[in-house]
Design a protein around this ligand. Structure first.
Ligand code: MLT
Length: 248
């Protein structure tokens, strides 16, 4: 299951779906409100983890899964681990972090939610575009794909996601309890989840595999699709042979 970041949708995984589908059943859910799905009230990231669990049960015949989350998708993946770790074969946290926001970041999110609700989507998310991709990506095909998803995110989806992320839990004290095979990836030029900070917290997860992608910003699966796929599929192959019952 591949879980998208903010303010994107399942299309951020398009380059990964086809090669992965040669060996796996691939599930790419939309988080509430994104990609044309509906959102009718505020929610917590813990509730999004329950959404993922329901999707898993329905679409996998209740099989344990490999869960891959990018950034906000990674925050939800950690919530999933907290609630449903026995159903995980592996966990991949891409361009993400286990920490809570500080006060300034939380205020920024509350403000973004307000701008989205009062002025619409684009004024709210536009300032993020330059931070999602490195400067050299400006105007590229990937840049235009990202921009299109951002423009199509609805004000309600943006506002509810920002408020949920503002209230997220801190998992940094629990990283040493993650026993499921875990892959942590970062981009050398990631302006949102700092690569050096990512390297540090990844060391706290026993036996995590850590990969830094040279030249990548915050959206590695889109920016370097083949390299990301190679690393992910190599990791998944190894993790598939670990018994799910040992993956606690
Ligand atoms: C994301 O890519 O999902 C967002 O940058 C996450 C965030 O705003 O913290």
């Amino acid at each position: 299951m591949l879980v998208h970041g903010f303010p994107l949708d399942h299309r951020m995984w398009l380059d990964q779906i086809e090669p992965l589908a040669e060996q796996y059943r691939v599930i790419v859910p939309e988080l509430r409100g994104f990609g044309g799905s509906t959102v009718d009230s505020d929610y917590t990231l813990a509730e999004l983890a329950v959404d993922l669990e329901q999707v898993r049960i329905h679409l996998s015949s209740n099989q344990p899964m490999h869960l891959v989350g990018l950034s906000m998708g990674g925050y939800v993946a950690l919530e999933y681990w907290a609630q449903f770790r026995g159903n995980l074969r592996s966990l991949t946290l891409a361009n993400s972090k286990p920490t809570q926001d500080d006060t300034a970041a939380r205020e920024g999110r509350i403000n973004m939610a307000k701008v989205a609700r009062e002025q619409g989507s684009w004024p709210a998310v536009a300032p993020m575009l330059e931070r999602l991709l490195p400067p050299q990506a400006s105007g590229s095909k990937v840049y235009l794909r990202v921009r299109e998803m951002m423009e199509q995110a609805t004000p309600e989806a943006i506002a509810a996601a920002q408020l949920a992320m503002a209230g997220r839990r801190d998992f940094s004290g629990q990283l040493d309890s993650i026993r499921v095979p875990t892959l942590v990836t970062t981009g050398q030029l990631d302006a949102i989840a700092d690569p050096e900070v990512t390297r540090q917290w990844a060391t706290k997860i026993p036996q995590a595999t850590f990969v830094e992608f040279a030249g990548s910003g915050h959206l590695t699966p889109m920016e370097l699709p083949e390299q990301f796929y190679q690393q992910l599929s190599q990791f998944l192959k190894q993790a598939t042979f670990v018994s799910p019952s040992s993956g606690q």
